[in-house]
Design a protein around this ligand. Structure first.
Ligand SMILES: Cc1cc2nc3c(=O)[nH]c(=O)nc-3n(C[C@H](O)[C@H](O)[C@H](O)COP(=O)(O)OP(=O)(O)OC[C@H]3O[C@@H](n4cnc5c(N)ncnc54)[C@H](O)[C@@H]3O)c2cc1C
Length: 412
């Protein structure tokens, strides 16, 4: 019998498993697939030190109506899914109102503050430095209004939270990325973040570290979790005193079976890899700020990732945002080549309505812990979450105050 079952081997579960092992616990890491093959594989690969202000639901009625037209790149929705997702969207809208949002940012920032140091320690120990670039990322602008507004916002964030940035005109951006098209009038360079050339490979490197340190990885279906005495058990005699739910967008399937009515949602997203032609290949992570997609020069090609799609998690793919983004991306990066895969990848960002992850004790079950709902920043926050959960479980004094992330806040 192990001390802990960690359910889910995405970036969050693998990081928790390593941190528990380092604190002397015996740990079994459980997934129905290989580590890092779901959401933690398909993301844009940014460790977003600048991401202190999570993405809000629009507050301006005109903007909401424009989104309602459903013809944009940064957001898409399935009209038939609206009745099911409306309660989540309503709470999301409410948490995005200025007063509530100011509090969310204050609680969210301490998590983000530690993302580079916590990843850095694991990257070094896993010997995964070759997967990482430390050059920040660029948000490029097509209009002076958007550029100036975002420069102003960046200055506020820099003042409030100390995030690093530089304001570039078109010529300075062209020097850094000579392959960009003429549509660009300037860029915001977030200077602190790191980027990952293959996010799935980083999770696998962390999983290898976990095994090297003595951890056990098991293929099993976490939905079979049952109470066994004072502990927890999975079919096949996989038993432990405690269990951690780190199932990303599938977490709600298990927590609702255990009786928790958590208002979880997903923002689906797509990616496609592209080749590059010409002698000025994209070298940096670039977001087209006005259109809302990212170009990430990864190991497997330029990965174009899309914004949010509100739909049932498992509904068939409708990659209209990707098709629209590809047209826009060819203006920004004329050397963007052909598609490298037959079909787009689809994933689902695991979301809570107040934009903060759920991290901490399960309110009604001894020995059960939650770690999910990291939305747009799970790749960023996996290691800091891992440390926090392990510290809470072993009674160490935690790196930051975990109180704001408890599941209680979301339960009726
Ligand atoms: C398009 C896109 C771009 C993104 N870009 C970024 C970015 O640049 N930076 C960033 O920080 N974040 C980004 N994200 C968000 C980030 O990818 C997620 O927040 C993060 O990967 C979630 O990690 P996780 O470990 O919680 O979930 P996952 O990686 O999904 O892991 C959950 C695991 O649970 C397993 N599982 C599920 N059900 C079962 C079951 N029944 N039994 C056993 N195992 C099960 C799965 O196989 C999976 O391995 C992006 C997301 C998307 C979709």
């Amino acid at each position: 019998m192990a001390d802990v079952l960690v359910l889910g081997a995405g970036i969050v579960g693998v990081s928790i498993a390593i941190h528990l092992l380092k604190r002397g616990r015996t740990v079994v890491l459980v997934d129905r697939r290989e580590a890092g093959e779901e959401t933690s594989y398909g993301n844009a690969g940014l460790i977003q030190r600048e991401g202190v202000a999570p993405y809000t639901f629009p507050q301006d009625l005109g903007e909401i109506l424009r989104y309602g037209l459903n013809d944009r790149i940064d957001m898409h929705y399935h009209p038939l899914a609206l009745p099911a997702v409306a309660p989540f969207l309503f709470r999301y809208w409410r948490a995005s109102r200025p007063q509530s949002y100011a509090l969310v940012k204050r609680h969210y920032e301490p998590l983000i503050r530690h993302c580079l140091t916590e990843h850095g320690a694991l990257i070094d120990e896993a010997g995964a430095g070759a997967l990482i670039d430390k050059k920040g990322w660029y948000r490029v602008f097509r209009t002076a209004e958007k550029r100036d507004a975002q420069f102003a916002e960046a200055r506020t964030l820099a003042q409030e939270f100390g995030v690093g940035h530089a304001e570039l005109d078109a010529a300075a951006m062209a020097e850094r990325e000579p392959g960009l098209g003429a549509a660009i009038v300037g860029a915001l360079h977030w200077t602190d973040p790191w980027s990952i050339r293959d996010p799935g490979a980083l999770v696998k490197a962390y999983r290898d570290l976990f095994e090297r340190l003595g951890g056990t990885v098991v293929r099993a279906d976490a939905m079979g979790l049952e109470r066994k005495g004072a502990g927890w058990s999975l079919p096949g005699g996989i038993d432990a005193a405690e269990a951690v739910v780190a199932l990303g967008p599938w977490a709600g399937d298990l927590t609702s079976r255990l009786g928790y009515d958590l208002p979880l949602g997903v923002k689906r997203g797509y990616h496609m890899h592209y080749g590059q032609s010409g002698n000025r290949p994209l070298a940096n992570w670039v977001q087209d700020a006005e259109r809302g997609y990212m170009l990430a020069p990864m190991a497997m090609g330029v990965r174009l990732t899309t914004g949010a799609e509100f739909a049932q998690r498992d509904a068939p793919s409708t990659p209209v945002q990707l098709d629209r983004a590809e047209v826009a991306a060819r203006e920004v990066l004329p050397g963007l080549g052909g598609r490298l895969e037959a079909a787009p990848w689809r994933g689902a960002r695991p979301c809570t309505p107040d934009m903060m992850p759920v991290i901490g004790r399960a309110p009604r079950h001894a020995g059960l812990w939650f770690a999910f709902g990291h939305a747009h920043h799970g790749m960023t926050l996996g290691p800091v979450t891992g440390r926090l959960v392990a510290e809470m479980m072993t009674g160490e004094s935690p790196l930051i105050d975990p109180a704001p992330y408890g599941a209680e806040r979301l339960l009726g």
